[in-house]
Design a protein around this ligand. Structure first.
Ligand code: HEC
Ligand code: HEC
Length: 319
């Protein structure tokens, strides 16, 4: 409610100021207010025309972009600036001030590369994928779930963060990779999973016992240039511990990281076998490092989030 009110206020003030110069001290007063109505009307008609033309052109080419209305984007911008910009940067560059405290750096949204998708490798994520990440957060990282935000605000912030990458204007996300029904979990399935884990060479990065210490796991870098570790599979994974989540990670890969997609390389049954095996390695206990990352995220939320004092939100070096 608070956000919506402030939008209305922001919108009105802004249009009045830019259209008539009423904000300047010399034009304050009645005469100024009288002039603003026709100017605003003309502005509204012009905006509507330009909007309709853009839409018609987009339609003709058959590449209709998702069209969140201006109010949604404006709400998204407010939610973003109050809750996300501190880490992800006002311009989405991922260089917020707390990134110094975080070993796993906040995402740079400009490339349009997202790790946690339901869509095939190379595709953009769906809105639902982004909504899920924002709501649930990523375990063991500074990305804390934002379920305290009303749902409408979470959808709005998703629409807004897509504006940082022009890929979302040019491309559409592909259809999510279907995940079939799981087989029953049996001891034989887990034993077979252990073999598959070796055969599919997961051990090369994740280590023979899944501790993230495989022979190829040294000096790995992500596409944003930061060092990255192969996940210690005895700890809760970022996307959550359910076998379905592990299935999704294997079949889609994690864009921007060395974690490849195995789509087409393994059968549905093999995916499930591996997923159950990997899930069985998970002790459910966060490592000290994961706890530190989450604590840093919680601290930022308390100090600078929408409900905190928020004093460091708009510093130019945090973009
Ligand atoms: C305390 C810092 C912090 C705050 C605040 C924060 N994030 Fe993040 N966010 C991160 C980090 C760190 C990652 C990277 C995790 C990784 O790469 O594993 C991330 C990743 C993401 C991703 C990318 C997931 C992917 O699939 O690659 C999205 C989307 C995202 N954040 C959205 C948001 C939104 C929206 C908000 C505000 C409502 C927000 N974040 C607030 C730290 C933060
Ligand atoms: C070339 C190295 C490499 C290989 C091979 C590899 N992975 Fe990964 N994997 C990674 C890296 C690096 C990450 C960490 C990504 C991150 O945290 O952003 C990862 C992450 C994961 C995650 C955690 C996702 C989450 O939610 O945090 C799972 C589960 C996983 N891999 C399973 C597997 C399985 C199963 C195999 C074999 C079929 C495999 N990986 C093969 C490098 C690899």
């Amino acid at each position: 409610m608070l956000h919506r009110n402030s939008i209305r206020k922001y919108g009105r003030d802004n249009i009045a100021r830019t259209a008539t110069g009423c904000g300047s001290p010399s034009t304050k007063g009645k005469a100024c207010r009288g002039r603003s109505l026709p100017v605003m009307l003309m502005l509204a008609v012009w905006l509507a025309l330009v909007g309709a033309m853009g839409w018609a052109i987009a339609d003709e080419k058959g590449t209709k972009p998702p069209r969140p209305d201006d109010r949604t984007l404006e709400l998204g911008r407010l939610v973003y600036e109050q809750n996300c910009a501190i880490c992800h940067g006002t311009l989405g560059g991922g260089r917020g001030m707390p990134s110094m405290m975080l070993r796993i750096k906040p995402r740079d949204f400009r490339s349009g590369n997202f790790k946690f998708r339901s869509t095939p490798t190379g595709s953009l994520p769906t809105d639902a994928d982004l909504f899920e990440t924002v709501s649930r957060g990523l375990r063991g990282t500074g990305m804390i779930g934002q379920e305290f935000l009303p749902e409408g605000e979470r959808w709005a912030v998703v629409a807004y963060l897509k504006t940082f990458s022009e890929r979302f204007e040019r491309e559409k996300p592909q259809a999510p990779v279907p995940i079939p029904k799981p087989p029953p979990r049996t001891p034989e399935l887990i034993a077979r999973g252990r073999e598959l884990y070796q055969m599919a060479e997961c051990f090369k990065c994740h280590g023979a016992e899944g501790r993230g210490d495989g022979p190829s796991a040294t000096d790995l870098k992500d596409d944003w240039g930061y060092p990255i570790q192969a996940t210690d599979l005895t700890r809760p994974p970022k996307r959550g511990s359910a076998p379905e989540s592990i299935y999704r990670t294997m079949v889609t890969g994690l864009a921007g990281t060395p974690m490849p997609s195995y789509e087409g390389a393994l059968s549905d049954e093999e995916f499930w076998t591996l997923s159950f095996y990997v899930a069985s390695l998970n002790t459910g206990v966060l490592s000290a490092r994961q706890r530190r990352e989450e604590a840093a995220g919680q601290h930022v939320l308390r100090m600078h989030g929408g409900r905190g004092p928020g004093m460091m939100r708009r510093m130019p070096m945090m973009r």
